[in-house]
Design a protein. Structure first.
Length: 137
C-alpha cells in the first residue's frame, strides 16, 4: 500500500461502500423481480378473463381493446422499471469487479522466491565423485 499511499485507502473505502450498496440493491432487485413475477401471474389471469369475455358473441370489443391496451401499457411500464433497476444493479456489480481488480493491482507484490532445487547434503563439490570411495569394504 505504500506504493500508492492514500489512493489505495480511498479505493478501499469506496469499494466497501459499493459492496454495501450492491448488497442492498441485490435484496431490492430480488424483491422487485419477485413482485414482477407475482404481478405477471395475476395479469395472465386477468387477461384470460378479458379474452374469454371478448370471445363471447355480442361482447363489447371496444371495451376489450381499451382494457387490453391498459394491461399492455402497465406490463411495459413495469418491465421497463425492472429493467432499469437491473441495469443499475449490474453496472454496480461490474464497477465493483473492476475496483477489486484495481485494488489487487495496487497491493504490494511479494517477491517471488527462486525455485528450490533438490538439496544435496554433500554439496556440489561431491558431484562426480567416484561412488566406490564411499564403500568401506
Amino acid at each position: 500500500m505504500e506504493k500508492h499511499g492514500g489512493y489505495t485507502d480511498d479505493l478501499n473505502v469506496e469499494h466497501e461502500a459499493l459492496i454495501e450498496k450492491i448488497l442492498e440493491e441485490e435484496e431490492e432487485m430480488l424483491k422487485g423481480h419477485k413482485k414482477n413475477i407475482d404481478e405477471a401471474v395475476d395479469n395472465v389471469q386477468k387477461e384470460l378473463t378479458l379474452f374469454n369475455n371478448a370471445d363471447k358473441p355480442g361482447s363489447d370489443i371496444q371495451n376489450y381493446c381499451l382494457a387490453l391496451d391498459k394491461m399492455l401499457l402497465k406490463k411495459i411500464k413495469d418491465t421497463i422499471a425492472l429493467r432499469d433497476k437491473l441495469h443499475n444493479f449490474y453496472k454496480n456489480v461490474k464497477t465493483e469487479e473492476s475496483m477489486t481488480q484495481l485494488f489487487e493491482e495496487c497491493q504490494p507484490q511479494e517477491p517471488e522466491e527462486p525455485p528450490q532445487e533438490d538439496f544435496d547434503p554433500y554439496g556440489p563439490e561431491m558431484d562426480g565423485m567416484d561412488d566406490n570411495l564411499l564403500d568401506n569394504d
